[in-house]
Write a protein that binds this ligand. Structure first.
Ligand SMILES: N[C@@H](CCC(=O)N[C@@H](CS)C(=O)NCC(=O)O)C(=O)O
Length: 220
């Protein structure tokens, strides 16, 4: 049997949970290695050898190591192309399908993630960490996110999922931040009040892979 791949970091981290959802979709056996961030283990020299920015996740597959959750997900889809959800990153025969997935994956990383990460941190994590919230940043990023979701609303009126009629890595990559916004902040309406975005959210968030990741977050 193949050696399980290793994922370093806690499932409550949005970037770690992105990788876990991908592994579950692709049915790739993995080992989750705890990193105690409150003790600063992610800044220790040993850990910096596999994640030089001192962040989670880090990832190992046999003798290779990777960081950056979206790159890790792309690697998992390419390496394990023939197993699990084969539509997650295109079928290899049609470059346009993959280009469309990449396009919306970039939209997630470049347009959706910046404002949603600020809102997740300010509204879900800062109170738990007893940090003062920055109301200016909250207002500014709420406006930015609304504009992004207006584009999504239009797109999702044309197709069932972002890159077409199949659930792909592009949709999956939105799950971590959207999950916290909908379930742990008062920003859920940004999703549910938009008809197509609301339909898309309920569809992608109820996938078995994501339900399992949420279970891991809740028991962590
Ligand atoms: N772009 C990176 C972001 C990684 C990231 O920001 N990880 C956070 C947790 S979600 C972290 O390690 N924060 C601790 C720190 O930056 O010191 C990815 O997608 O992997």
């Amino acid at each position: 049997m193949a050696t399980p791949v290793k994922v370093y970091g806690p499932p409550v981290s949005t970037a770690v949970s992105r990788v876990l959802a991908c592994l579950l979709e692709k049915e790739v056996p993995y080992q989750l290695i705890p990193v105690n961030m409150s003790k600063g283990e992610h800044k220790m020299p040993e850990y910096l050898k596999i994640q030089p920015f001192g962040q989670v996740p880090a990832f190992e597959d046999e003798d290779i190591s990777l960081f950056e959750s979206r790159s890790i997900c792309r690697y998992i889809c390419e390496k394990y192309a023939k197993q699990g959800n084969k539509d997650l990153y295109g079928d290899g025969d049609n470059p346009l399908v993959k280009a469309s997935i990449d396009q919306w994956l970039e939209a997630e990383g470049q347009s959706f993630s910046p404002p949603s990460s600020v809102l997740v941190f300010q509204l879900a994590f800062a109170p738990r960490m007893k940090l003062k919230q920055d109301q200016g940043a909250i207002r500014q990023n709420e406006e930015k996110l609304k504009k992004v979701l207006d584009v999504y609303e239009q797109r999702l009126g044309e197709s069932q999922f972002l890159a077409g009629d199949k659930f792909t890595l592009a949709d999956l990559s939105h799950l971590p931040n959207a999950h916290y916004l909908v379930n742990a902040t008062d920003m859920g309406e940004l999703f549910t009040s938009r008809e197509n975005v609301g339909r898309w959210w309920s569809e992608i968030s109820s996938r078995d892979s994501w339900v399992k990741v949420v279970g891991m977050q809740e028991t962590a």
